[in-house]
Write a protein that binds this ligand. Structure first.
Ligand code: NAD
Ligand code: SER
Length: 342
């Protein structure tokens, strides 16, 4: 055999081994999604089922699965505060990855501070404790730009900076970040997390956050050609289109552990804009669209958050990237929401 033929053979064997390793890993994974009926969970569940197989992703929520998720794979009602039931599912299904998405978001949390603190924190502690006891290999838990506060630099907010959140939601996310890092350092639980900006999507309703205006505006623009915004015209906030958020989430979960330089939560910047800028972008497609402004209690929350954050660490560590800018996101939102409302 010629030397070049044996090198080709070796390369082929190596490639085959890599492929087998990849498929074995995919086949062995069993994923639990907690909060699958929400804005992120509904889309993430479907994407995970595409990658890992329908039966490999157990979707759970305290309320029924939305129509897109129902019937696409296993679903169970689970109150994540019920640690015994959570343990039963984790053991019975031999879960290897948890995506814990259940939470009360910023706007709703301000209306019920103590109950929201209880749900956001106790659910995370249940997940972390069981992950430790049962040695669940990997956990994803999302944080938020809400971990920042009025004393944080508003522009190009660094990964490491002043963090003095003044909302119950932000306080729970900051405490959560400290806890997931603690469980990684102390017990070796492989925790991964992103500080999501406001997420924009058309499949499932937004869940009571301060950034929800950037979803509602599309429905109102198509239905009534006008929108009364609960934030003022110049409230700049970081936002992200859902397909980019889903890819970033799966990318950080699949990243080689050696690449992750932090175990609190990665800044994810997305695209920053104000209600006025978004309205101008919508007007390019619907010229008669009018926006008016009537700021409510969520204005103070928005004012305490950064306008634009810096995500260089995520880009460097595991290759965070985006496909959608404001014009592309606006085009797809108008198109998809338009189809939905027909
Ligand atoms: P959402 O409110 O749309 O969905 C949360 C889901 O959790 C809901 O389906 C709800 O029924 C479920 N849930 C609530 N309490 C539960 C309980 N006790 N047991 C089981 N399920 C329960 O929220 P989302 O927008 O999908 O957010 C998911 C996660 O991402 C949250 O942790 C949120 O803080 C975080 N996040 C979201 C955004 C955003 O813009 N959507 C931004 C930053 C961070
Ligand atoms: N979109 C979320 C909220 O407004 C940010 O975490 O609550």
């Amino acid at each position: 055999m010629l030397p070049c033929q044996s090198v080709t053979l070796l390369l082929q064997q190596y490639f085959f081994l890599l492929l087998r390793e990849f498929f074995n890993n995919q086949l062995m994974e069993k994923i639990l999604v907690i909060g699958c009926s929400g804005q992120i969970g509904s889309e993430l569940t479907l994407e995970l089922r595409k990658i890992y197989g329908e039966s490999k992703v157990i979707a759970t929520d305290i309320r029924p699965a939305p129509s897109e998720v129902a019937g696409t794979g296993p679903f169970e009602i689970l109150d994540v505060l019920d640690a015994s039931k959570l343990q039963l599912i984790l053991e019975h299904e031999k879960i290897t990855q948890i995506y814990h998405l259940a939470a009360i978001l910023s706007g709703n949390a301000e209306k019920r501070p103590l109950a929201s603190w209880d749900i956001n924190m106790r659910s995370l502690m249940n997940v972390l404790e069981l992950a430790r006891e049962l040695r669940i290999p990997k956990i994803f838990w999302p944080s938020s730009i809400a971990v920042f506060g009025p004393t944080t630099p508003r522009f190009d907010t660094p990964q490491y900076t002043i963090m003095e959140p003044n909302t119950v939601y932000g306080i729970s996310k900051l405490a959560g970040e400290r806890w997931i890092e603690y469980y990684f350092n102390k017990y070796g639980v492989d925790t991964r997390s992103l500080r999501y900006p406001g997420l924009i999507s058309y499949k499932t309703e937004a869940g009571g956050g301060t950034t929800d205006y950037a979803v509602e505006i599309f429905y109102e623009a198509i239905k009534h050609k006008k929108y009364e915004c609960f934030l003022g015209p110049d409230s700049a906030l970081p936002m992200m289109f859902m397909p980019d958020a889903i890819h970033a989430t799966i990318d950080v979960m699949e990243a080689d552990a050696s690449k992750l330089s932090l175990r609190s939560s990665y800044n994810v910047a997305g695209i920053s804009f104000t209600p006025k800028i978004l309205a101008e972008e919508i007007k390019k497609h619907i010229p008669e669209f009018e926006i008016t402004y009537k700021p409510d209690f969520r204005q103070a929350i928005a004012d305490s958050w950064p306008a634009r954050i810096n995500d260089d660490v995520a880009k460097k560590d595991w290759g965070l990237h985006y496909e959608f800018d404001l014009p592309k996101m606006t085009y797809v939102m108008l198109h998809e929401v338009g189809k939905k409302l027909q």
